[in-house]
Design a protein around this ligand. Structure first.
Ligand code: PLP
Length: 276
Protein backbone atom coordinates (compact mmCIF):
# COMPACT_ATOMS: atom_id res chain seq x y z
CA UNK A 1 0.00 0.00 0.00
CA UNK A 2 1.40 3.40 -0.88
CA UNK A 3 1.91 6.01 1.82
CA UNK A 4 -0.72 8.67 2.24
CA UNK A 5 0.74 11.82 0.69
CA UNK A 6 -0.95 14.64 2.58
CA UNK A 7 0.83 17.37 0.61
CA UNK A 8 -0.37 15.93 -2.68
CA UNK A 9 -3.85 15.46 -1.27
CA UNK A 10 -4.01 19.08 -0.14
CA UNK A 11 -2.49 20.34 -3.39
CA UNK A 12 -5.51 18.91 -5.21
CA UNK A 13 -7.96 20.41 -2.71
CA UNK A 14 -10.22 23.41 -3.22
CA UNK A 15 -13.92 24.03 -2.75
CA UNK A 16 -13.56 22.89 0.82
CA UNK A 17 -16.89 24.39 1.82
CA UNK A 18 -18.67 22.34 -0.83
CA UNK A 19 -16.79 19.22 0.15
CA UNK A 20 -17.51 19.80 3.85
CA UNK A 21 -21.20 20.28 3.05
CA UNK A 22 -21.26 17.14 0.93
CA UNK A 23 -19.30 14.92 3.30
CA UNK A 24 -19.56 16.29 6.82
CA UNK A 25 -22.21 18.89 7.68
CA UNK A 26 -24.23 20.89 5.14
CA UNK A 27 -26.04 22.93 7.78
CA UNK A 28 -22.80 24.21 9.35
CA UNK A 29 -21.61 25.37 5.93
CA UNK A 30 -24.95 27.12 5.31
CA UNK A 31 -24.52 28.91 8.64
CA UNK A 32 -20.97 29.97 7.74
CA UNK A 33 -22.12 31.37 4.39
CA UNK A 34 -25.03 33.18 6.00
CA UNK A 35 -23.00 34.93 8.69
CA UNK A 36 -20.05 35.65 6.41
CA UNK A 37 -17.61 33.42 8.27
CA UNK A 38 -16.81 31.31 5.21
CA UNK A 39 -13.12 32.19 4.86
CA UNK A 40 -10.68 29.74 3.31
CA UNK A 41 -8.15 29.08 6.05
CA UNK A 42 -4.68 28.41 4.77
CA UNK A 43 -2.39 28.41 7.79
CA UNK A 44 -2.24 28.81 11.55
CA UNK A 45 0.46 29.90 13.93
CA UNK A 46 -0.25 30.15 17.66
CA UNK A 47 -3.11 32.58 18.14
CA UNK A 48 -3.18 33.65 14.47
CA UNK A 49 -5.12 32.27 11.54
CA UNK A 50 -4.22 33.19 7.94
CA UNK A 51 -6.71 33.08 5.10
CA UNK A 52 -5.89 32.18 1.52
CA UNK A 53 -5.20 35.87 0.73
CA UNK A 54 -2.58 35.95 3.47
CA UNK A 55 -4.63 38.14 5.80
CA UNK A 56 -3.84 37.48 9.42
CA UNK A 57 -6.62 37.12 12.01
CA UNK A 58 -6.35 37.01 15.76
CA UNK A 59 -8.27 33.96 16.98
CA UNK A 60 -9.77 34.89 20.32
CA UNK A 61 -11.08 31.43 21.06
CA UNK A 62 -9.38 30.06 24.15
CA UNK A 63 -9.86 28.32 27.42
CA UNK A 64 -9.98 24.66 26.52
CA UNK A 65 -8.01 21.96 24.75
CA UNK A 66 -5.36 23.04 22.30
CA UNK A 67 -6.71 26.61 22.20
CA UNK A 68 -4.83 27.20 25.44
CA UNK A 69 -1.48 26.56 23.81
CA UNK A 70 -2.17 27.83 20.31
CA UNK A 71 -2.28 26.05 17.00
CA UNK A 72 0.86 24.26 15.81
CA UNK A 73 2.62 24.96 19.07
CA UNK A 74 6.27 24.12 18.30
CA UNK A 75 6.94 22.40 21.62
CA UNK A 76 3.92 20.14 21.27
CA UNK A 77 4.73 19.44 17.64
CA UNK A 78 8.27 18.44 18.63
CA UNK A 79 6.97 16.10 21.35
CA UNK A 80 4.51 14.47 18.91
CA UNK A 81 7.20 13.96 16.30
CA UNK A 82 9.57 12.60 18.92
CA UNK A 83 7.01 10.13 20.22
CA UNK A 84 6.29 8.87 16.70
CA UNK A 85 9.97 8.54 15.92
CA UNK A 86 10.60 6.56 19.11
CA UNK A 87 8.18 3.89 17.79
CA UNK A 88 6.76 3.37 21.26
CA UNK A 89 4.53 0.38 22.01
CA UNK A 90 1.33 2.43 22.29
CA UNK A 91 -2.03 1.10 23.46
CA UNK A 92 -0.91 -2.36 24.53
CA UNK A 93 -4.17 -3.93 25.65
CA UNK A 94 -2.80 -6.47 28.14
CA UNK A 95 0.18 -4.72 29.60
CA UNK A 96 1.53 -1.35 30.59
CA UNK A 97 4.13 0.90 29.01
CA UNK A 98 6.42 3.56 30.43
CA UNK A 99 5.25 6.85 28.95
CA UNK A 100 1.63 7.05 30.26
CA UNK A 101 2.83 6.42 33.83
CA UNK A 102 5.54 9.07 33.48
CA UNK A 103 3.06 11.61 32.11
CA UNK A 104 0.56 10.76 34.85
CA UNK A 105 3.26 11.26 37.46
CA UNK A 106 4.15 14.65 35.97
CA UNK A 107 0.48 15.69 35.97
CA UNK A 108 -0.10 14.55 39.56
CA UNK A 109 2.94 16.52 40.68
CA UNK A 110 1.08 19.62 39.47
CA UNK A 111 -2.37 18.90 40.93
CA UNK A 112 -3.68 18.96 44.52
CA UNK A 113 -2.55 15.99 46.60
CA UNK A 114 -6.10 14.63 46.98
CA UNK A 115 -6.07 13.82 43.24
CA UNK A 116 -4.30 10.49 43.10
CA UNK A 117 -4.98 8.96 39.69
CA UNK A 118 -5.09 10.08 36.07
CA UNK A 119 -7.52 8.98 33.37
CA UNK A 120 -6.36 10.01 29.92
CA UNK A 121 -9.15 11.05 27.57
CA UNK A 122 -9.20 13.01 24.36
CA UNK A 123 -12.16 15.26 25.10
CA UNK A 124 -13.99 17.02 27.90
CA UNK A 125 -17.15 15.05 27.40
CA UNK A 126 -15.25 11.78 27.86
CA UNK A 127 -13.95 13.10 31.18
CA UNK A 128 -17.52 13.91 32.24
CA UNK A 129 -18.76 10.47 31.14
CA UNK A 130 -15.99 8.90 33.23
CA UNK A 131 -16.98 11.03 36.23
CA UNK A 132 -20.62 9.93 35.87
CA UNK A 133 -19.68 6.27 35.72
CA UNK A 134 -17.14 6.49 38.51
CA UNK A 135 -19.55 8.39 40.73
CA UNK A 136 -22.36 5.93 40.19
CA UNK A 137 -20.12 2.88 40.63
CA UNK A 138 -18.41 4.25 43.76
CA UNK A 139 -21.55 5.42 45.54
CA UNK A 140 -24.01 2.83 44.21
CA UNK A 141 -26.38 5.77 43.76
CA UNK A 142 -28.02 6.79 40.53
CA UNK A 143 -28.83 10.48 40.57
CA UNK A 144 -26.73 13.19 38.98
CA UNK A 145 -27.12 16.86 39.81
CA UNK A 146 -25.90 19.71 37.68
CA UNK A 147 -26.68 23.40 37.31
CA UNK A 148 -29.13 25.20 35.05
CA UNK A 149 -27.19 26.61 32.08
CA UNK A 150 -24.30 24.21 32.68
CA UNK A 151 -22.52 22.73 29.67
CA UNK A 152 -20.82 19.39 30.13
CA UNK A 153 -20.40 18.05 26.64
CA UNK A 154 -22.45 16.57 23.86
CA UNK A 155 -22.34 12.80 24.33
CA UNK A 156 -25.52 11.36 25.77
CA UNK A 157 -24.46 11.17 29.44
CA UNK A 158 -22.97 14.65 29.46
CA UNK A 159 -25.90 15.97 27.47
CA UNK A 160 -28.26 14.61 30.12
CA UNK A 161 -26.51 16.90 32.59
CA UNK A 162 -26.52 19.82 30.15
CA UNK A 163 -28.74 22.65 31.38
CA UNK A 164 -29.35 24.36 28.03
CA UNK A 165 -32.39 23.31 26.04
CA UNK A 166 -30.86 24.50 22.76
CA UNK A 167 -28.32 21.68 23.10
CA UNK A 168 -30.66 19.00 24.41
CA UNK A 169 -34.17 19.49 23.05
CA UNK A 170 -33.85 17.39 19.91
CA UNK A 171 -32.12 14.41 21.47
CA UNK A 172 -34.50 13.06 24.07
CA UNK A 173 -35.24 10.97 25.87
CA UNK A 174 -32.04 11.68 27.76
CA UNK A 175 -30.72 9.46 30.54
CA UNK A 176 -32.91 9.09 33.63
CA UNK A 177 -31.79 10.29 37.07
CA UNK A 178 -30.48 13.72 36.04
CA UNK A 179 -31.74 16.84 37.82
CA UNK A 180 -30.63 20.46 37.96
CA UNK A 181 -30.54 23.28 40.46
CA UNK A 182 -29.87 26.98 39.87
CA UNK A 183 -26.43 28.46 40.30
CA UNK A 184 -26.23 29.90 43.81
CA UNK A 185 -29.41 28.24 45.08
CA UNK A 186 -27.95 26.39 48.05
CA UNK A 187 -31.38 25.69 49.51
CA UNK A 188 -32.27 23.66 46.43
CA UNK A 189 -28.90 21.91 46.46
CA UNK A 190 -29.23 20.99 50.13
CA UNK A 191 -32.77 19.76 49.49
CA UNK A 192 -31.58 17.47 46.70
CA UNK A 193 -28.54 16.19 48.61
CA UNK A 194 -30.58 15.45 51.73
CA UNK A 195 -32.23 12.53 49.94
CA UNK A 196 -28.79 10.84 49.92
CA UNK A 197 -29.28 9.32 46.51
CA UNK A 198 -27.05 11.70 44.56
CA UNK A 199 -23.95 10.09 43.08
CA UNK A 200 -22.42 13.10 41.35
CA UNK A 201 -22.79 16.89 41.46
CA UNK A 202 -21.32 18.53 38.38
CA UNK A 203 -20.35 22.21 38.59
CA UNK A 204 -18.59 24.52 36.17
CA UNK A 205 -16.89 27.36 38.04
CA UNK A 206 -17.53 29.57 35.01
CA UNK A 207 -20.60 28.91 32.88
CA UNK A 208 -19.19 30.27 29.69
CA UNK A 209 -21.11 28.22 27.13
CA UNK A 210 -24.68 29.36 27.44
CA UNK A 211 -24.65 32.60 29.29
CA UNK A 212 -22.80 34.79 31.71
CA UNK A 213 -24.35 33.77 35.01
CA UNK A 214 -23.67 35.26 38.40
CA UNK A 215 -25.04 33.71 41.58
CA UNK A 216 -27.13 36.01 43.74
CA UNK A 217 -25.00 38.14 46.06
CA UNK A 218 -26.49 36.55 49.17
CA UNK A 219 -24.93 33.21 48.28
CA UNK A 220 -21.45 34.57 49.03
CA UNK A 221 -22.15 34.41 52.73
CA UNK A 222 -23.48 30.89 52.61
CA UNK A 223 -21.52 27.80 53.41
CA UNK A 224 -22.56 24.69 51.49
CA UNK A 225 -22.36 22.50 54.59
CA UNK A 226 -24.65 24.66 56.67
CA UNK A 227 -28.11 23.24 57.26
CA UNK A 228 -30.55 25.52 55.54
CA UNK A 229 -33.32 27.04 57.60
CA UNK A 230 -35.65 29.73 56.45
CA UNK A 231 -33.45 30.98 53.66
CA UNK A 232 -35.10 32.51 50.71
CA UNK A 233 -34.06 31.30 47.29
CA UNK A 234 -32.60 34.07 45.18
CA UNK A 235 -32.54 33.59 41.46
CA UNK A 236 -29.43 33.58 39.32
CA UNK A 237 -28.89 36.51 37.01
CA UNK A 238 -27.88 35.43 33.52
CA UNK A 239 -26.92 37.50 30.55
CA UNK A 240 -27.20 35.70 27.20
CA UNK A 241 -23.87 35.21 25.47
CA UNK A 242 -25.21 36.91 22.36
CA UNK A 243 -25.65 40.12 24.35
CA UNK A 244 -22.17 39.83 25.80
CA UNK A 245 -20.66 39.26 22.39
CA UNK A 246 -22.34 42.26 20.87
CA UNK A 247 -20.21 44.44 23.09
CA UNK A 248 -17.39 43.87 20.58
CA UNK A 249 -14.68 41.31 20.04
CA UNK A 250 -17.25 38.43 20.25
CA UNK A 251 -14.39 36.75 21.97
CA UNK A 252 -15.48 33.50 23.53
CA UNK A 253 -16.04 31.61 20.32
CA UNK A 254 -14.87 33.87 17.55
CA UNK A 255 -12.13 35.08 15.38
CA UNK A 256 -11.59 38.76 15.06
CA UNK A 257 -9.66 40.82 12.59
CA UNK A 258 -6.94 42.22 14.76
CA UNK A 259 -7.18 45.74 13.47
CA UNK A 260 -10.90 46.22 13.81
CA UNK A 261 -13.93 44.94 15.58
CA UNK A 262 -16.60 44.38 12.95
CA UNK A 263 -20.16 43.64 13.92
CA UNK A 264 -20.76 39.90 14.40
CA UNK A 265 -22.66 39.61 11.14
CA UNK A 266 -19.61 40.76 9.18
CA UNK A 267 -16.81 39.16 11.12
CA UNK A 268 -14.80 36.49 9.44
CA UNK A 269 -15.02 33.19 11.23
CA UNK A 270 -16.21 31.35 14.28
CA UNK A 271 -15.19 27.93 15.41
CA UNK A 272 -17.80 27.26 18.04
CA UNK A 273 -18.08 23.53 18.31
CA UNK A 274 -21.69 23.82 19.31
CA UNK A 275 -22.46 25.07 15.81
CA UNK A 276 -20.69 22.25 14.05
C1 PLP B 1 -17.21 23.11 30.97
C2 PLP B 1 -17.12 22.15 29.84
N1 PLP B 1 -17.29 20.84 30.09
C3 PLP B 1 -17.22 19.93 29.09
C4 PLP B 1 -16.94 20.32 27.81
C5 PLP B 1 -16.86 19.28 26.72
O1 PLP B 1 -15.59 19.20 26.18
P1 PLP B 1 -15.35 18.59 24.72
O2 PLP B 1 -15.95 19.56 23.75
O3 PLP B 1 -13.85 18.50 24.62
O4 PLP B 1 -16.01 17.26 24.68
C6 PLP B 1 -16.74 21.67 27.50
C7 PLP B 1 -16.48 22.11 26.11
O5 PLP B 1 -16.55 23.26 25.76
C8 PLP B 1 -16.84 22.61 28.55
O6 PLP B 1 -16.71 23.92 28.29
Amino acid sequence: MSAIDLKALLAGAGNEHDRWARTINPQFVRVLHTIGFDRTWARADGQYLYDSDGTRYLDLLGGFGMYNVGRNNPRIRAALIESLELELPGAVQLGVTALPGLLAEALLARTPARLERVLFTSSGTEAVEAALKLGRAATKRARVLSLDHGFHGLTLGSLSANGNSEFTSRFGPLLPGFDRVSLGDLDALEHELRSEDVAVFLVEPIQARASTCRPPATSKARRPSAAGTGRSSASTRCRPVSAARERCSHSSTGVSNQTSCPSPSHSPAATSRSAR
